[in-house]
Design a protein around this ligand. Structure first.
Ligand code: SF4
Ligand code: SF4
Length: 187
């Protein structure tokens, strides 16, 4: 019989009204993920990107989500509180049709990892550095079916598969397979 379990869910809430487009979130995210942590910052390497159109009073922070190999077909315009957002503005995907959420040197997809660190950060750094409180961190317990819990366990495996697919799309499957064979031999 399927039972219920509780699962910890971590989310970052965005309050568009409070965002002033200062870009502190992009700066700290890119610095945290620099190799040699905090050695440099470059918004193009950030896992949160600002859609920033001051003349239209549009300031929209978007978190990097999943990689997608193909751009989507159906697109919409959004009008919220009289402001018109472009069709891709709310999309979190690292997608071939735009530059957002791609590592600038390698072109590989970027994804928000909630600032995973050892020891863990008290709260995600973009939240900590957002002095306008446009970003707030929430941890809550949710009831899930056992089955859902099992699905969660597969996520790491799926993430890995997606990363390998992204590498194969960019460099070709043969090159990726050869590099992996070399790496495994070294172990
Ligand atoms: S939670 Fe961390 S990894 Fe995610 S966008 Fe914010 S600073 Fe970047
Ligand atoms: S730090 Fe906060 S106010 Fe500044 S751009 Fe990011 S979300 Fe907006």
């Amino acid at each position: 019989m399927m039972g219920k379990k509780t699962k910890t869910v971590k989310v970052i809430n965005i309050d568009l009204e409070k965002c002033n487009g200062c870009r502190a979130c992009e700066m700290i995210c890119s610095a945290f993920h620099a190799s040699e942590k905090y050695s440099s910052n470059n918004p193009a390497r950030s896992r949160i990107r600002m859609i920033r159109r001051p003349l239209e009073d549009i300031y929209l922070p978007i978190y990097a989500g999943e990689y997608t190999a193909a751009e989507c077909m159906g697109r919409d315009k959004y009008v919220i509180d009289g402001k018109e957002y472009d069709e891709c503005d709310f999309c979190r995907a690292s997608c071939p049709s735009r530059e957002a959420f791609k590592e600038p040197d390698s072109g590989l997809p970027l994804k928000c990892d909630m600032c995973e660190d050892d020891p863990p950060q008290e709260e995600p750094l973009c939240v900590k550095w957002c002095l306008s409180d446009a970003l707030t961190y929430e941890i809550r317990e949710e009831e899930v079916e056992d089955e859902e819990e099992e699905e969660q366990k597969d996520l790491t495996q799926k993430e890995m598969e997606r990363s390998i697919k992204a590498l194969a799309d960019r460099y070709g499957l043969d090159k990726v397979a050869n590099s992996m064979a070399r790496l495994l031999k070294k172990e």
